[in-house]
Design a protein around this ligand. Structure first.
Ligand SMILES: [Zn+2]
Length: 179
């Protein structure tokens, strides 16, 4: 019997990303590519931008590429304190090279403080700009970690939807040179 031939280029692909970081005093808090005023920031790999890391992993996962930790190992001193926008841009490039474009992103942030509500519009605008999307295509919900006993951590869950790029539209996402 002949093995079944499966379609490796479906019209749409879904991606899911998860990340968490611990709050540490005395470092800047970066979420979604912007700096929020807070007495603690997120420690660990690079600048600790939990939201950009989860989006990066969702993009990579959607095309079954190696994940953020494989592409940018925390053990590599090059990525110590690095701007997470670098990781996001690499993931986006891989999505485009695979022949896909991003349709929308939906994210949930889970953290006790600071309140995300007052910053949500700025985060959505920045993430949309980084991804070449309209901000209406970037969903962002913030929750407090009720019953999770995780007062000193920030968590992000992200899903993305990719659609097959139309012929000749592969490079259509505008390239932003600014930070
Ligand atoms: Zn991370």
């Amino acid at each position: 019997m002949k093995p079944e031939t499966r379609n490796s280029k479906p019209a749409v692909r879904i991606g899911y990303g998860f990340d968490s970081h611990e709050f540490r005093p005395g470092i800047p808090l970066k979420i979604g590519g912007i700096t929020l005023a807070h007495e603690k920031g997120l420690g660990g790999h690079s600048d600790g931008d939990v939201l950009l890391h989860a989006i990066t992993d969702a993009l990579l996962g959607a095309i079954a590429a190696p994940d953020i930790g494989a592409l940018f190992p925390p053990s590599d001193p090059r990525w110590k304190g690095a701007d997470s926008v670098i990781f996001l841009r690499e993931a986006l490039k891989r999505v485009q090279d695979a022949g896909y474009g991003l349709a929308n992103v939906d994210a949930s942030l889970i953290l006790a403080a600071p309140k995300i509500g007052p910053h949500a519009a700025a985060i959505r605008t920045r993430v949309a700009e980084l991804l070449g999307l309209h901000s209406d295509c970037v969903g962002l919900k913030a929750k407090t970690p009720e019953g999770l006993n995780l007062e000193n951590a920030a968590i992000a869950h992200v899903v993305v939807l990719l659609e097959k790029a139309k012929a000749g539209k592969k490079r259509a996402v505008r390239k932003k040179s600014g930070r």
